[in-house]
Write a protein that binds this ligand. Structure first.
Ligand SMILES: Nc1ncnc2c1ncn2[C@@H]1O[C@H](COP(=O)(O)OP(=O)(O)OP(=O)(O)O)[C@@H](O)[C@H]1O
Ligand SMILES: [Mg+2]
Length: 268
C-alpha cells in the first residue's frame, strides 16, 4: 500500500510560482524569528505565498481577515459559556503561539488599535503574548511566526500603520508577476494552454496601464485566472474577458466601453 493510501503522506504544498527571492526571504525571517509584512495589490498572490511557505516549512497556518470590528480578544481568545460554565477559548493568535504556527493577519491596517497593542510585545525580541484575562504570559516558541499583509492602494490615511508598528517587521513588496511568469501561473491555475494565456496577460498589462486614470486598481492575477478558467471550459474569449476582466473593474458605462476598446485593440 502506498504512503498516500495509508494516510502518512505529507500534506500537499499549495502551488506558488516565485517571482524573485521572496521564498528565501520568508525562510530567513522564519529561521531568525522575525515578523514579516507583505504589501501589494489585491489578487497578486500574497495569501497563496503564505499558504505555500507554511506548508513548505511544515507549520500550521492560522489566517485572520482583519476588519474594523476585530478586537484584540478575537485574536487572543475569550471566556465562552459552555453548558453553564465559562471556559477559556484560545483565539487564532494564541493557538499559533502555543502550537508554534504561523499567524497571518490579512489587511492588518483594518484592525482596531487595541490589536496592534497585542502585536507589539510579540514582534520585538520579547516575543511574548500576555493574556490578561487568564493571567498567562506566553513565550512564543522558535517556530512561531507572525505575517501581516495590506494593500497600500486602499490605505486610509487615518488608519495607516504607525511607524512603531511597521518598523517591527521585515517587509516584502508584492507586485503582479512579470508577464512570462504570470502566463505560466495562469496556465497552471486554469488549465488553459499557456500560449492562449499569453494574450490575456498582455491585455492585463494594457488594462493595468489605466490604473489611476479611470481605475482604482489594475486587473488582478486572480481575475486573469478566472478568465482563463472560463475560456478553458469553452466560453468564448470575448464573453469571458468581459465577465472576468472588465465588469469587475468598473461600474461606469464609459469606463467599461474604454476597457472593451482596449481589449479589442490589444487582442486584435
Ligand atoms: N505567484 C503565484 N503562484 C501561483 N498562483 C498565483 C501566484 N500569484 C497569483 N496567483 C493566483 O492568483 C490568485 C489570487 O492570489 P491571492 O489570493 O494569493 O491574492 P492576494 O494577494 O492574497 O489578494 P488579496 O489582497 O485580495 O487577499 C491565487 O488563487 C492564484 O490562483
Ligand atoms: Mg489574500
Amino acid at each position: 500500500m502506498s504512503a498516500a493510501a495509508i494516510g502518512t503522506a505529507e500534506p500537499a504544498v499549495p502551488y506558488y510560482a516565485p517571482t524573485g527571492d521572496e521564498c528565501a526571504l520568508f525562510e530567513q525571517a522564519f529561521r531568525h524569528r522575525l515578523p514579516l509584512l507583505l504589501k501589494g495589490p489585491t489578487g497578486c498572490g500574497k495569501t497563496r505565498f503564505v499558504a505555500h511557505m507554511a506548508a513548505r516549512l511544515g507549520r500550521p497556518l492560522f489566517t485572520v481577515a482583519c476588519h474594523d470590528d476585530l478586537t484584540a480578544a478575537d485574536l487572543t481568545g475569550r471566556y465562552l459559556l459552555q453548558g453553564g460554565d465559562t471556559v477559556w477559548t484560545d483565539g487564532p493568535l494564541t493557538r499559533a503561539v502555543r502550537g508554534g504556527g504561523i499567524c497571518y493577519l490579512d489587511e492588518v491596517v483594518e484592525a482596531r488599535k487595541d490589536v496592534t497593542v497585542v502585536l507589539h510585545p510579540l514582534t520585538d525580541d520579547r516575543r511574548v503574548l500576555p493574556l490578561e484575562r487568564t493571567g498567562e504570559l506566553l513565550h512564543a516558541p522558535p517556530e512561531f511566526m507572525l505575517v501581516v499583509s495590506y494593500n497600500p492602494g486602499y490605505q486610509n490615511v487615518l488608519k495607516g500603520l504607525k511607524p512603531s508598528t511597521r518598523q517591527r517587521f521585515l517587509a516584502l513588496d508584492f507586485g503582479f508577476p512579470p508577464p512570462e511568469a504570470e502566463a505560466t501561473i495562469v496556465a497552471a491555475e486554469s488549465g488553459l494552454p499557456r500560449d492562449r494565456c499569453v494574450p490575456l496577460v498582455r491585455l492585463a498589462g494594457a488594462l493595468r496601464e489605466l490604473k489611476g486614470q479611470d481605475l482604482e486598481e489594475g486587473v488582478s492575477t486572480r481575475l486573469l485566472v478566472y478568465c482563463a478558467t472560463l475560456i478553458a471550459a469553452g466560453m468564448k474569449p470575448e464573453r469571458a474577458i468581459r465577465a472576468a476582466m472588465v465588469e469587475p473593474l468598473t461600474d461606469e458605462p464609459e469606463v467599461r466601453q474604454a476597457l472593451l476598446r482596449v481589449a479589442e485593440i490589444t487582442l486584435g
